[in-house]
Design a protein around this ligand. Structure first.
Ligand code: AMP
Length: 360
């Protein structure tokens, strides 16, 4: 396994697997630090290709192309973490990869992720493995109430998920997925929040103020800071992220999605081993954004100051909403991702509105 002996100096190249909007914003942040990027994407028209000096376009399991990519990079990271394990191992044998394969393996699979979180003594919704029809029935019997069945891997924006209220519904959803799943108890949360945190290779830790997040049709609509979390809750949320980051020996930015229960409990829903949509407001509201923070950690640089200097509301621009770009440009800090066509549910950009700081 290759490791980074010293920081990647200005002029060096950070490799990014995945060329969507997250890769694009990472590349822009790297450029601000005088670092170059090489972006790897399986399609040739990736939004991030428009803003990177170097790129490779090949399937994510093409080991020869991954070797060519690795040779051009001083360190490699991800905006898209669902690479097959053997491809990540192949990359790791040639170049420093941050976060590493172990952290990715745990967070790629909802069952291993939730098991890991529970072992750390952190709270989650009740969850049960569903790898067979018998397990689907038994899991619902144990749960005894409403639940959500989710595929263990490759789910996003509500894909590979179904609400269930009975054993036969659970079986039917599992059979439709045709993939290993977990059944989770349905959490009657007061609201959702997330912690965006960074961990350096030296164990340094920094967390942003946790935003409150609203979803529509399973897609993030809005993130707001400050959230309704109390000062004590904010400290607890950041401590949860630190526990997870340390246990994963994580390097880079990651997000911990939380349910804030009506009883005040903070439940961990999901860990995202990358920069996160709920942290986009940090570009305008913090001196060092989540994207720059991630590049700093991956390159072995000191972490930056993530203190928020403004209140912020970030809204995603989804599908045809991007057609109103002129009106949107009038009303805030507009980011458009350079996607050629809009499709329903596709994230086309986001808009951040700042207001004076009311609470820290
Ligand atoms: P996920 O893909 O796990 O991040 O879930 C996407 C969204 O579905 C979450 O942000 C919640 O709004 C909702 N959701 C997921 N799991 C649960 C649960 N166990 N109880 C209630 N809502 C959930």
């Amino acid at each position: 396994m290759k490791t980074l002996q010293k920081p990647v100096p200005p002029g060096g190249t950070i490799g990014i697997i995945g060329g969507g909007q997250l890769g694009r914003m990472l590349a822009l942040a790297a450029a601000r630090l005088g670092l170059k990027t090489c972006i790897y994407n399986d399609a040739p028209d990736a939004p991030a290709f428009q803003v990177t000096p170097d790129s490779v376009s090949a399937p994510y399991d093409d080991l020869d192309a991954l070797s060519i990519f690795a040779a051009r990079c001083d360190a490699v990271t991800f905006e898209f973490e669902n690479l097959p394990a053997h491809a990540i191992a192949h990359l790791e044998s040639q170049v420093a990869v941050r976060p590493g394969a172990a952290a990715l393996a745990i967070t790629q699979d909802r069952l291993s992720e939730k098991t890991f979180v529970a072992k750390l003594g952190l709270k989650t919704a009740p969850f049960f493995e569903v790898s067979s029809v018998e397990q689907a029935r038994a899991a619902f019997a144990k749960l005894g109430g409403r639940g959500i069945i989710k595929t263990r891997r490759f789910g996003y924006d509500g894909k590979g998920q179904a609400k269930v209220a009975g054993a036969e519904e659970t079986v039917a959803a599992f059979e439709k997925f045709k993939a290993p799943a977990i059944l989770e108890g349905f959490v009657d949360f007061a609201f959702e929040a997330s912690v965006i945190a960074a961990r350096g290779a030296d164990g340094a830790f920094a967390a942003y103020d946790p935003p409150e997040n609203e979803h529509e049709n399973h897609i993030l609509r809005r993130s707001t800071v400050p959230s309704r979390l109390s000062v004590a809750h904010v400290a607890e949320a950041k401590a949860i992220a630190k526990t997870i980051g340390d246990a994963l020996d994580y390097v880079g930015v990651f997000a911990v999605e939380l349910f804030v229960g009506s009883d005040g409990a903070l439940l961990v829903n999901e860990i995202a081993p990358r920069v996160h949509n709920t942290g986009h407001w940090t570009i305008e509201a913090c001196a060092v954004s989540q994207f720059e923070q991630h590049i700093r950690a991956v390159a072995g640089w000191p972490l930056g100051d993530g203190v928020r200097h403004a209140d912020a509301v970030m809204e995603n621009i989804i599908g045809a909403e991007a057609d109103a770009w002129e009106a949107l440009a009038r009303s805030g800090a507009l980011h458009l991702y350079g996607k050629r066509e809009s499709r329903p549910g596709r994230k086309m950009g986001h808009l951040t509105r700042l207001s004076p700081l009311t609470k820290r």
